[in-house]
Ligand binder design. Sequence first.
Ligand code: F6R
Length: 258
Amino acid sequence: MEIIIKRDAEEASLEAAALFRRQLREKPESVIGLATGSTPLRFYELLVEMGRERVLDTAHAVTFNLDEYVGLHPSHPQSYAAYMRAHLFNHLAVARSHIPDGMAADIPRHCAQYEEAIRDAGGIDWQLLGLGSDGHIGFNEPGSSLGSRTRLKTLTARTVADNAAHFASPGEVPRHVITMGVGTILEARRCVVLAFGAGKAHAVAAMAEGPITALVPASVLQMHPACTLIVDEAGAGALQRRDYYRWVYENKPAWQRP
Ligand code: F6R
């Protein structure tokens, strides 16, 4: 796993946006996996700015979101469908976008179709991930099968509390979600994980330096052949080898830079 430590969330988001732009330059019809939440908000703003300045062309890209709340209609302001429209799709054209349908009548069938749609698109080339403070990726909470596929999951009380800020009250946060599985995520050709702030520092260290365990689903990314973790200083606070990660980045060959 490559670990990039940036001064703050702004610089980290700029790095992620540069990696994204390189991906689309190399393969304009890339299949992109997208995350929601607070962490990628600045990243999406940067994509929109680059689109406006015509240094980024997403018109041929196909996107798949990681997850959606069960029971929220796409028009619900807290649905991830609404989030994606507000922060990206209303401003930047893509060829096709996919988000799990939280209102699906037959959830197992819908999940199988979502997996099939990813396969039919050729698999995910570039997957953006946020990191839950409990070590989740997508909404694969601790204890999730490391080989899991898109399915229904029940959120932990901690994730409900973490996400309550976006709802009128914690009671309104749905308990269930549809999420790509850990196995689905691992099949992406490249993963880029963003984690900012001291509240993520322990999850970051457990993910990158701890044992691979279902108790920290993100830790399985240690097995991924092309995973980049981009953190700010606060998010890097509990990493034991942070000086080495800085050293590696400073000495990165020019051809490896975005
Ligand atoms: C959202 C998702 C989640 C978030 C994670 C971090 O699509 O998949 O794994 O990335 O919960 O959320 P924030 O960024 O709000 O701290």
